[in-house]
Design a protein around this ligand. Structure first.
Ligand SMILES: C[C@H](N)C(=O)N[C@@H](CCC(=O)O)C(=O)O
Ligand code: MG
Length: 355
């Protein structure tokens, strides 16, 4: 199966409510969709999210990287020569991980279609159902409590609570949410780099003293402050999850060697796709570190690819794949179903979309 063309388009979805973190506020998803065409008429589909504050990429940079660098490097290649294609993509341009991720997932879509298997089965097929958390945007306490109660009423049992924008109010935010939702809801806290190491130890300690029973705290400090991550991990009892600090397998090795986190959040937009993500999950597994699979503000196209990856591996024990649940409309038919917190894998070949 030969690659004959790669075309780039746009995928848009207004969000149900504004998405707010310590890093940014977004009201509408505007991502890049890509289609890889082949000589046998099969088409692979992928998506890239321009998360400039995390990956440094924009819509324009993603489209340019794909059409001017990645596409020329792999045009005409046979899908079956998969590792060679991946090597060419890696060498075609430095970083640009979301652009690479879109191409990588479209190629995996084609590879699985070639062998007539659902992608998650081809990758390892560990489970066929996933439970995702849902994000509670950072806002005033009352609004976050209201949003948390609404999510619980919709059946969500795991909330990912965004903090870090106003550190002085964060203990009150999380404590109020715990009081409102009761003890049976799992709370994850994501500071998106918003705290200093000392603030993080103080805030997490206060949450521990208040018996808020937080499952984990994600990326408490600046992504480049690995010593700060180590300090927070060493000085708190709550599990610390690295997100923005880990893009590549090498960064995962450094983080693990320095004991700078207890857990790793893998996102295809950070790794450059499934091929590199598999390396991170295996490095982590060999070191006894469990992984989450997360997403950026992404629609069902790329979150479905992430779901296939997450379903395939035993060592992926946490899912933050709520992108499609935050969108007003669904751009695709077919693929995994997103029904409340339950994501169910489908038996269609590839990622599963009807194109
Ligand atoms: C959408 C997901 N739940 C999430 O929070 N992802 C990121 C932030 C992504 C973004 O700003 O687009 C995270 O930090 O985990
Ligand atoms: Mg995060």
């Amino acid at each position: 199966m030969k690659i004959t063309d790669i075309t780039v388009g746009v995928v848009e979805a207004p969000l149900i409510t504004p998405f707010k973190t310590a890093l940014r506020t977004v009201e509408k998803i505007q991502n890049v969709a890509i289609y890889i065409h082949t000589d046998v008429g099969k088409v692979g589909v992928g998506e890239a999210a321009p998360t400039a504050v995390i990956t440094g990429e924009t819509n324009a940079s993603i489209s340019f990287a794909i059409t001017e660098y990645i596409k020329p490097a792999i045009m005409g290649m046979e899908i079956e020569d998969f590792a060679q294609i991946m090597e060419r993509i890696d060498k075609s341009i430095y970083k640009n991980t979301s652009a690479k991720a879109a191409v990588d997932m479209a190629l995996y879509d084609l590879l699985a279609k070639r062998y007539e298997a659902p992608l998650y089965k081809l990758l390892g097929g560990y489970r066929n159902e996933l439970i995702t958390d849902i994000t509670i945007s950072v806002n005033d306490v009352d609004e976050m409590v209201k949003d948390s109660l609404a999510a619980v009423a919709r059946g969500f049992t795991i909330l990912k609570v965004k903090v870090g924008k106003d550190p002085l109010g964060d203990v009150e935010r999380v404590t109020a949410i715990r009081d409102a939702v009761g003890p049976n809801v799992t709370l994850r806290v994501d500071a998106n780099q918003g705290w200093t190491p000392k603030q993080a130890v103080r805030i997490i300690g206060a949450l521990e003293d208040a018996n808020t029973n937080i499952e984990l705290v994600e990326q408490p400090v600046h992504y480049s402050d690995i010593e700060g991550m180590r300090y927070v991990t060493a000085n708190t009892l709550t599990s610390i999850l690295a997100d923005e600090s880990v893009f590549s397998p090498k960064e995962a090795i450094t983080l693990i060697e320095k004991r700078a986190a207890d857990l790793i959040n893998i996102k295809l937009m950070k790794t450059g796709g499934i091929y590199q993500a598999l390396k991170i999950v295996h490095i982590a597994e060999a070191n006894g570190i469990e992984c989450m699979v997360g997403c950026m503000l992404e629609t069902k196209i790329s979150v479905s690819a992430a779901a296939h990856f997450a379903a395939s591996q035993k060592n992926i024990t946490m899912m933050d794949l709520d992108g499609p649940l935050l969108c007003m409309n669904d751009p695709m038919t077919g693929g995994p179903t997103f029904d409340g917190q339950v994501i169910t894998m489908s038996s269609e070949p590839g990622i599963g979309f009807s194109l």
